[in-house]
Design a binder for this molecule. Structure first.
Ligand code: NAD
Length: 476
């Protein structure tokens, strides 16, 4: 495995890389070796970055939409040019297989491209007045300086999905990446500076102490927006903190997606798409299929075909071109996956594929006859485990799928057009993939309902999250 790292490891404050004596290790989950020692920012660096963000905000908001667009466009082109380096960094720091890493870089760059274009389309409006001497104008203005927190599972895309629309809107942005994956975020920030991004507009604070670094931003009135992607538990806590200064809030939280495979589905397609929906990123995705329900008449055939395909996935070194499934991110993640499998087996489920751990690697696992009260169905597993269960008819399928407190993504497989509409409309989820296991794309709205969060990222909806409405009444 190549370990040499030509990537920034310091905090980015203003436009300067700030070397810090305090460091924390980034550990490869594949080899358990230290990949890099990264600057460990604390409250003092947070205060400095906060002042820089407030200062930079004013000029960035005043820059023309065309200037902001130009910086984003150049950033997009540089990210694409550095696809290989970014994919390797992700493989090293969090174990994503190279081919998935490359796809993530293109997906991540897609947000920057989209918002480079959208920056020029933040149009105002003129509202008719009932008074002949008045003109009513509506303007969209940047919300203000933003503080963002991202998870480790998509270290590039979770950053650009937030930063690109914020910058397009005219906001400055301070990012606190996950402890497990700061290197990708720092590399993206370096590319931003290379693209001519002004100092202080996008800053990055790697840290091993997210609470201490976040506090100044949460408490300061001048930070006008908090955007967070991560677990529901942490999201709820941050929501309360942000309420004290009445910040705008976007929360992209936990998933636990159900899949409904109807007997009239194209079986081959349903197997392939459900395989991607489950095992992409080793199952460590918020939209990962967590509960797979198959209609009784095809349940056995589906399970056989699915288990065969799961067994064929190659587990191994994330830096190898052949690898489909890399390691889980850490020991805690592995323990959760194992405990979910053990719990399902103790309640009478049958193991038909996988179930073995070596280091942090876990083989793609398929379980049949998983009882609804199993942990696998109640919690987000975040690993390569596919629990299969049987349903009878549409009503039961919807009852199973909507019985959960989360509502991010759901999947439906059917060839019946009327059913596709009925079920998609009845599912209490923010995203529904109909015969599609990977619906996410930069121009579409991404986000959940219920305990999966607030707000949307992507498309024009993602830009609105960073815009404030100003009404100007003009008396003539
Ligand atoms: P996590 O909530 O533990 O951590 C996410 C981020 O929050 C990290 O940067 C972490 O350092 C930070 N953090 C943790 N506690 C904090 C605190 N008290 N104050 C400030 N920051 C804090 O989540 P995770 O384990 O890294 O990520 C997995 C979770 O993220 C899953 O639940 C997954 O579904 C969710 N996720 C959601 C989406 C989405 O778009 N809805 C996308 C990816 C991941």
């Amino acid at each position: 495995m190549q370990k040499s790292l030509d990537a920034p490891k310091e905090a980015l404050i203003g436009g300067t890389w700030r070397p810090l004596e305090r460091r924390f290790p980034v550990v490869s989950p594949a080899t358990l070796e230290v990949v890099a020692e990264v600057a460990d920012a604390g409250p003092q660096e947070a205060e400095e970055a906060l002042e820089e963000a407030v200062r930079a905000q004013r000029d960035w908001a005043r820059a023309t939409a065309y200037e902001r667009s130009g910086v984003l466009r150049r950033w997009f082109e540089l990210i694409l040019r550095h696809e290989e380096a970014l994919a390797r960094l992700m493989a090293l720091e969090m174990g994503k297989p190279l081919k998935e890493g490359r796809a993530e870089v293109r997906y991540a760059a897609g947000f920057v491209e989209w918002y480079a274009e959208e920056a020029k389309r933040v149009h105002g409006e003129i509202v008719p007045s009932q008074f002949p001497h008045k003109r009513l104008l509506v303007r969209y203005e940047p919300v203000g300086p933003v503080y963002g927190i991202t998870p480790w599972n998509f270290p590039a895309a979770m950053v650009t999905r937030k930063v690109a629309p914020a910058l397009a809107a005219g906001c400055s942005f301070v990012l606190k990446p996950a402890e497990e994956s700061p290197l990708t975020a720092l590399y993206l920030a370096w590319l931003f500076l290379e693209a001519g991004g002004p100092p202080g507009v996008f800053q990055v604070l790697p840290t091993s102490d997210p609470v201490a670094v976040s506090r100044p931003f949460l408490e300061d009135e001048r930070i006008r927006k908090l955007t967070f992607t991560g677990s529901t538990e942490v999201g709820l806590r941050l929501y309360q903190e942000a309420a004290k200064t009445l910040k705008r809030v976007s929360l992209e939280l936990g998933g636990g997606a159900p899949v409904l495979v109807f007997a009239d589905a194209d079986l081959g397609r349903a197997v392939e798409e459900t395989l991607r929906a489950k095992f992409r990123n080793a199952g460590e995705s918020c939209v990962a299929a967590n509960r797979i329900f198959v209609e009784a008449p095809i349940a056995e055939t589906f399970a056989q075909a699915y288990a065969e395909r799961a067994k064929a996935l190659r587990v191994g070194d994330p830096l190898s071109e052949e690898t489909d499934i890399g390691p889980l991110v850490n020991e805690q993640a592995l323990r959760k996956v194992q405990s979910h499998v053990e719990d399902a087996l103790s309640r009478g489920a049958t193991l038909v594929a996988g179930g073995e751990a070596t280091g942090l690697f876990f083989t793609p696992t398929v379980l049949l006859g998983v009882k609804p009260d199993s942990l696998l169905f109640r919690e987000e597993t975040f690993g390569p485990v596919a629990p299969l269960s049987v349903f009878q008819g549409e009503e039961e399928a919807l009852r199973y799928a909507n019985a959960f407190p989360v509502g991010l993504a759901a999947y439906v497989f059917t060839r019946d057009l009327s059913r596709a509409f009925r079920v998609a409309e009845a599912l209490e989820y923010g995203i529904v993939g109909v015969n599609d296991g990977v619906p996410s794309t930069p121009q579409a709205p991404f986000g959940g309902v219920k305990r999966s969060g607030l707000g949307r990222e992507g498309g024009r909806w993602g830009l609105q999250e960073y815009l404030e409405v100003k009404y100007i009444s003009m008396g003539l």
